[in-house]
Design a protein around this ligand. Structure first.
Ligand SMILES: [Zn+2]
Length: 353
């Protein structure tokens, strides 16, 4: 008999709205994630301190743990601090570093993890992966998916707007990443998971077409949902294909070649995506994406993030080496540096006309 359906690993609670954080304790109690209120809450020392002050009265049974940084040692230290406390759950309250530390620590001590994202800078908010620095560089560690995810739009609005912009670039880049995945299917027969592709693409398209801006709740809701769906799409696929193609290879190349000068993840993958769409022979879609980036205050050409045309061409040339085995429009065209330069000149003329 064929498998009739499949179960999708996903959080039990997804709560995205202004004020969500004020109801944290009651949401966790209602969902039987924490009935006793015994929570271990991981926060950063900086902006986390203010949230701690504000939330402490509503969470009398919670213990607070300050997360030093985003290394595996920080995560292990956090787990050691939490392990004797008989908690119901670990809450990661903060940006990517805090959430990734909390995810890993919760897995290590066998507790469910609740993610409370205080910025929207990338699509790792709701994923079964923890990105932590180790002695050899940066590692991706498989961990359970968060059991609950809260995004308080009032808190998101307090974070610097560059974080929201970064999330926009990351969500939009899904459209290009899925196109790369489908290209690899046509050329190499790589299996595409249709549901993961649908979720990732719809997340990107919804952000692309939404008429609102960084300041309004309607847009921030769609962006938050898009980033959550991207994470779940990667979890379904079992790899990052739904949200990472040539766009991300180019961004990783910039990170590796110019580590001290790199811009935000979303700025880099946004430019990478718009350029990859141009390379795919679709200047119209490339322009639509560039227009969306510009409308939200994101850069569309490398010079706007401080890189010369030559430096960007060098990054595009190096990009395939950052993800060996991944087939995207870059590997497909296998361009010489001269042809990359010509294509980039064309792209710049097209999106700045
Ligand atoms: Zn990304």
């Amino acid at each position: 008999m064929p498998v009739l359906t499949r179960l999708i690993p996903s959080p039990v609670v997804v709560d995205i709205r202004p004020g969500a954080l004020d109801d944290l304790a009651s949401v966790l109690a209602d969902q039987r994630i924490s009935q006793s209120g015994r929570l271990a809450i991981a926060v950063s020392g900086g902006s986390g301190a203010r949230l701690r002050e504000r939330l402490s009265p509503t969470l009398p049974g919670a213990d607070w743990f300050e997360v030093g940084g985003g290394t595996i040692d920080d995560a292990v230290r956090l787990a050691d601090g939490m392990k004797s406390g008989r908690y119901d759950a670990v809450v990661g309250l903060g940006g990517g570093k805090v959430i990734d530390c909390a995810k890993y620590s919760a897995a290590r001590i066998g507790l469910p993890m609740v993610a409370v994202a205080t910025n929207l800078s990338h699509d790792g908010i709701c994923s079964p992966v923890s990105i932590l620095d180790n002695d050899a560089g940066r590692g991706s560690y498989g961990v359970p998916m968060p059991i609950a995810l809260l995004i308080d739009l009032a808190v998101i609005r307090e974070a610097p707007i560059r974080f929201v912009r970064s999330g926009i670039g990351d969500a939009l880049s899904n459209i290009s990443a899925v196109a790369d995945w489908e290209l690899s299917h046509r050329v190499n027969g790589e299996k595409v998971d249709g549901l993961a592709a649908a979720m990732a693409r719809q997340a990107g398209e919804a952000v692309l077409r939404h008429p609102g801006g960084c300041g309004d709740d309607g847009f921030l809701t769609v962006l938050s949902e898009g980033l959550v769906l991207s994470g779940i799409a990667m979890s379904i696929a079992g790899h990052t294909r739904p949200s990472s193609g040539a766009c991300h290879e180019i961004s990783h190349a910039i990170d590796l070649l110019y580590p001290k000068r790199a811009a935000s993840h979303g700025e880099q993958v946004g430019i990478g995506a718009a350029f990859a769409m141009h390379l795919r022979g679709d200047p119209e879609s490339s322009r639509i994406m560039a227009d969306a980036l510009r409308r939200h205050g994101l850069p569309v050409v490398a010079r706007e993030i401080g890189f010369s045309d030559e430096e960007f061409v060098r990054a595009v040339e190096f990009a395939p080496e950052t993800r060996p085995g991944r087939y995207t429009i870059l590997e497909h065209l296998d361009l010489t540096p001269e042809r990359i330069k010509d294509a980039y000149t064309d792209y710049v003329a097209s999106v700045t006309a």
